[in-house]
Design a protein around this ligand. Structure first.
Ligand SMILES: *Cc1c(COP(=O)(O)O)cnc(C)c1O
Length: 409
């Protein structure tokens, strides 16, 4: 495979990355022209100098980009292996990478003359990022959320309301993310003329896997240039955590054509059995979910399994279709990291570097630490997708403050 032209050629015009993708045939007929409209609009504006320079200005002035690359000298020394570097997406406005694609989606909504953006949210992270974009662009914003998630994620619900979004409670079925997706799609069908649906990761119907990748590409593009400027070289390896796959695909895209090993860190949760983890690349099989074909956690009858991870942002049964393709090509390796390994990395980065990472990002860091133990020389660059303020109460309640944790290294 020639990766020098890979990004221009993938997905194909029908939205496929090899056999995987968000083809039209997975959508109800009424929705097909709506996503086609978004695809056409995006293909036009992504080449527009005005759109690109406006997005660059927003990233610089509103989001605080570029975010730095940071060398973890103390942590690397404690481990005693190769050097660990971080791309600090936790320093992006709102504390995570999600705003990168939400601002792009908001700007697209503006260009399309839409008045409203809608989405579903599980843990509320996507809802908060999108509500932030809506406030910035002066758009209305409806966030669909399961009743159970609303009760569990009170601080994020408050943030969304503070930012002026309407949080719509979904109270049928399991009252969780899946029902919220259904309710949001239903609402979209009724209001697509002045509304645009904004998907929270590099997945869903075409063009979202491509569009979200392109908006997140900024992570890898910056990190590659910054690392080179700092050291004169490229890192031997790059790692990012994989939930739906947006921060990871943004990071990987910039290194596909380089002699750099790429690793996706998947959540192993409590174990290898179906229902104990959310490692769809490792334990999933081919299937269709939410308008796209990819690797999905399902039983032998095609019944969707439960997904579990300590990191609610990684807790999803599927994964973006481009990851399934890069996996089959052998260009990216997917490795699993357990809840406990993630918590260990969470404590170590806090204690040794003064950075409290999100539990999602702790999966990438835990893999970087494992890699460092196995490689004496060279370096690994990990995407620190978000900050851990949202997780400190949970971690303290279940694992204490890290004193009891074995700081073996
Ligand atoms: C949502 C989230 C993730 C997982 O989403 P991806 O689409 O896989 O990037 C990772 N880290 C943080 C901090 C998140 O909020």
């Amino acid at each position: 495979m020639d990766f020098s032209t890979y990004l221009q050629k993938h997905p194909d015009n029908n939205g496929y990355f090899g056999p995987y993708g968000g083809g039209k045939e997975y959508l109800p007929a009424e929705l097909q022209p709506i996503f086609e409209e978004i695809d056409e609009a995006y293909r036009t504006i992504c080449h527009s100098a005005k759109f690109i320079s406006e997005l660059r200005r927003i990233r610089r002035e509103f989001q605080g980009r570029p975010t730095p690359v940071y060398h973890c000298e103390r942590l690397s020394q404690k481990i005693g292996g190769c050097q660990i570097y971080l791309k600090r997406e936790d320093l992006n406005h709102t504390g995570a990478h999600k705003l990168n694609h939400c601002m792009g989606e908001g700007l697209l909504a503006k260009y399309l003359g839409k008045k409203k953006i809608i989405a579903e949210t599980g843990a509320g992270q996507h809802g908060v990022a999108l509500a932030t974009a809506a406030a910035y662009f002066g758009l209305e914003c409806d966030i669909y959320m399961g009743e159970i998630d609303i009760a569990k994620q009170a601080p994020n619900v408050t943030r969304m309301k503070m930012l002026g979004a309407r949080v719509v409670s979904v109270s049928h079925g399991q009252k969780m993310l899946k029902e919220a997706v259904d309710a949001a799609f239903e609402a979209y069908l009724k209001s697509y003329k002045d509304t645009i649906y904004c998907i929270g990761s590099a997945l869903g119907p075409h063009p979202f896997p491509m569009m979200v990748r392109d908006f997140q590409y900024v992570i890898g593009e910056e990190a590659r240039a910054q690392y080179k400027e700092m050291t004169g070289f490229l890192p031997e390896a790059v790692v990012a955590c994989v939930g739906g796959g947006s921060n990871s695909i943004g990071m990987f895209s910039a290194f596909l054509n380089d002699p750099v090993d790429l690793y996706g860190a998947e959540p192993l949760g409590r174990g290898t059995k179906l229902g104990e983890n959310a490692a769809s690349m490792t334990y999933g099989t081919d299937g269709v979910l939410h308008g796209f074909k990819s690797k999905i956690l399902q039983d032998e009858n095609g019944q969707l399994a439960e997904a579990y991870s300590i990191a609610s942002g990684l807790d999803y049964q599927g994964v973006g279709p481009e990851h399934a393709y890069l996996h089959d090509l052998g260009r990216v390796k997917y490795e699993t990291v357990s809840d406990l390994e993630a918590v260990d990395a969470f404590f170590k980065l806090s204690r040794y570097e003064g950075i409290i990472p999100a539990l999602e990002s702790s999966h990438a860091l835990a893999y970087a630490m494992r890699y460092a133990r196995e490689h004496r020389t060279g370096s690994i660059l990990a995407c620190l997708s978000g900050r851990g303020d949202k997780d400190v109460d949970y971690v303290a309640e279940h694992y204490g403050y890290g004193d009891e944790f074995a700081f073996k290294d």
